[in-house]
Each structure stands twice: as structure tokens, then as C-alpha cells.
Design a protein around this ligand. Structure first.
Ligand code: ATP
Ligand code: MG
Ligand code: FE
Length: 341
């Protein structure tokens, strides 16, 4: 089954063609990051306008690179939540038009479910159930993936997402937006023990996380150094910060896997590209005898293939949308609206 999938939840316009939820025939991504970098973050109105400008061409490119025509498409999948509402609506309306004109089913996909599904592309042998950690620009959560379309949150950040925290810390260190990758690069060779940074725990909720205290601690260190005119060891601060985030994510995820009895652990989302977090997970999984799944860097950030992949499993579960499909800025990955009617 061939699915054309559309992703416009934030500042990446993406269209992919995938087969049976596992094989990628084409995966076109147009990132607007440079445009938003001027403002230090994503400007929703600019994102929507740019999605409109490029989505048609991206879809044509995806079909061409997949070596197929529109007539070969069996279904259209689209990200409809969560994300920037105006940005999501561009993708949703484009997908509606395409599905209607071709007379094929329209399949709504939850963006975070898509991030998890990036692992099905990278690891053809991976099947639920397993434990997943999703760490992205807007979400940090540990999920019990019981089935392809049966996903329950077992822990989440009480405040900032890990990616948001990376971006904010990068910004105070004068790095460009989005700051996760530049901060990762800066941390290489730094001393990760040079700065004592907090690792918050939430009483009675061992799998929940908090990053706002860590963010504030780093911001204060930078501002104090500026006020005193001191030269800051930026690589060591970046390395200490990455270590603190990793120390928050890795033990919780391992504990949740142990608690739920899972041998398989999958990591997903843009922050899963972080070199320190990846290395710490590899080490912890080896120590605890768990099998670790982490997508290649290209599949960690937003892309269309992950939406096509999850879209296939949503389709198999009987999920369809009509022309009344709406987009939603917020929706949990285990929202009742996602359960099959
Ligand atoms: P969400 O998926 O929650 O809606 P999003 O789609 O904006 O948010 P992603 O595209 O999954 O998020 O990830 C983007 C985030 O990943 C940004 O915050 C970015 O800084 C971060 N990121 C990317 N590469 C790295 C890296 N190497 N280290 C740390 N963070 C990174
Ligand atoms: Mg982005
Ligand atoms: Fe995302």
C-alpha cells in the first residue's frame, strides 16, 4: 500500500511516499529554520505562509522521486495535531484536496505518534509492545507503546520540553536557532563536571521530569558571568548542561522499562539526535541488557516519512477522516479522540 504523507506542524514542510509503513520511496523536507532564526524562534504566521508557498512543489518532487504518479497513491496521511494551528491547517487542507480529488482515504496522524514511528523505518524488526521516550521541541514524555495505535503516557515533563530547554540555553550562549545541534557541537571537548547543575525529581512520580530549574540555573550562570565580566568556559557549560539533561532522561527511561517489564526501548524526537544522550543510552542499555532503538539523525527531527509510516498503522486500525477534519494545536498522545470509535 502506497501512502503520500504530509507534515506541516511547525517549521518543516515535508511530504513523503512510503510503502506499508516501513519502506521510504521519497522523503522531501523543506526547512524554514533559517527564516525563523532571524527572530530567534518560530514565527507562526511566517511558518503558515511558507508552507503554502512550497507544499505543492514538495508533493510533486516526492511523487517524482518515488517514481510514481498520483494515480498510484492508495491513501493520504496528514499530521493534524499537535502543532501550530495555522501551520497544521495548511497541511490538513492540502491533504484533504488531494484525497478528495483522487478518491482515496484520508488518514489523520498524531505528530508524536509519528515521531515514535520513525523507529519502524529504521528498524524493520521493531514491533510493539515497547517503551518509548519522545524528546522533541515541544514534548518530553515516556510512553507505553502497547500497540501501533495504543499508546499510553507513563511520564512527562511538568514544565519545559527538553528541546525547548536546549533552544533557550543555546540562545543565552549566543548560538543560532534552533540551538540543539549548535549546542551539541559546542559541548564537544568540554568538561561535563565543570558546572554543578540541578537534576530535578518529582516526589512520588518517578517517571515525570522537570527542566525549567535547569534552564534557569544555566541562564543565571551566563548572566552572572556577563555582569562580572568573567570569561565563561562555554564548551564546559554546554557539556555540563547536556549531561544534566541526559541524567534526567536516561535513568527514568531505564526505570520505566524495568517497571513495565519491557526489554525494548525506542527513543524518538529531535533531541534524540543529541550525541551525549545517544551515548548514555547505548551505555545504559548495554549495562541493563535492554535492546535500544534510536533512529538515524535524519529521522529524529520532523519529516514526512514518519507520518506515512504511522499513517499506515492508523489506516490498518480503521482510522479515516472526512472532509470535516480539523487541526488541533494541543492533543496528548493518549487523548481519547485518538482511540478508535
Ligand atoms: P514537537 O515534535 O514536540 O511538536 P518539534 O517538532 O519542533 O516539536 P522536533 O522537530 O522533533 O520538535 O525537534 C526539534 C528540537 O530538537 C529542537 O528543540 C532542536 O533544538 C532539538 N535538537 C535537534 N538536534 C539536537 C541535538 N543534536 N541535541 C539536542 N537537541 C537537538
Ligand atoms: Mg523544526
Ligand atoms: Fe516534531
Amino acid at each position: 500500500m502506497l501512502i503520500l504523507s504530509v507534515e506541516t506542524s511547525c517549521d518543516e514542510t515535508a511530504v513523503a511516499v512510503t510503502r506499508d509503513g516501513r519502506t521510504v520511496l521519497a522523503d522531501e523536507i523543506y526547512s524554514q529554520a533559517d527564516m525563523h532564526a532571524l527572530y530567534g524562534g518560530v514565527v507562526p504566521e511566517i511558518a503558515s505562509r511558507n508552507h503554502i508557498a512550497v507544499i505543492g512543489r514538495l508533493a510533486d518532487m516526492a511523487l517524482q522521486n518515488a517514481g510514481i504518479t498520483k494515480k498510484d497513491i492508495d491513501a493520504v496521511a496528514v499530521t493534524y495535531a499537535p502543532g501550530l494551528i495555522g501551520a497544521l491547517l495548511v497541511g490538513v487542507n492540502f491533504a484533504k484536496g488531494l484525497a478528495l480529488s483522487l478518491g482515496v482515504p484520508l488518514v489523520p496522524v498524531h505528530h508524536i505518534r509519528g515521531h515514535i514511528a520513525a523507529n519502524y523505518i529504521a528498524y524493520p524488526e521493531l514491533e510493539p509492545p515497547f517503551l518509548a521516550l519522545v524528546v522533541s521541541g515541544g514534548n518530553s514524555l515516556i510512553a507505553d507503546v502497547r500497540g501501533y495505535t495504543d499508546i499510553r503516557i507513563v511520564g512527562a515533563s511538568r514544565d519545559d520540553a527538553a528541546g525547548e530547554c536546549f533552544d533557550k540555553v543555546a540562545r543565552v550562549l549566543g548560538l543560532p536557532y534552533p540551538g540543539g545541534k549548535p549546542l551539541d557541537d559546542l559541548s564537544q571537548g568540554g568538561d561535563d563536571t565543570a558546572f554543578k547543575l540541578p537534576r530535578a525529581k518529582i516526589d512520588g512520580c518517578p517517571y515525570d521530569m522537570s527542566f525549567s530549574g535547569l534552564k534557569t540555573a544555566v541562564v543565571n550562570i551566563v548572566h552572572n558571568a556577563e555582569q562580572k565580566g568573567e570569561v565563561l568556559d562555554r564548551p564546559s557549560l554546554a557539556a555540563s548542561f547536556a549531561a544534566a539533561v541526559s541524567d534526567t532522561l536516561v535513568p527514568r527511561t531505564m526505570a520505566a522499562a524495568g517497571g513495565l517489564g519491557y526489554e525494548k526501548i525506542a527513543i524518538a524526537g529531535g533531541v534524540a539526535a543529541n550525541s551525549r544522550i545517544r551515548a548514555d543510552f547505548v551505555k545504559a542499555a548495554a549495562e541493563k541488557g535492554r535492546t535500544l532503538f534510536i533512529p538515524p539523525l535524519r529521522l529524529c527531527g520532523d519529516n514526512g516519512a514518519m507520518i506515512g509510516c504511522q499513517g499506515y498503522y492508523e489506516f490498518c486500525a480503521g482510522r479515516r477522516a472526512g472532509m470535516e477534519l480539523n487541526a488541533y494545536a494541543t492533543m496528548d498522545v493518549d487523548d481519547p479522540r485518538l482511540q478508535m470509535q
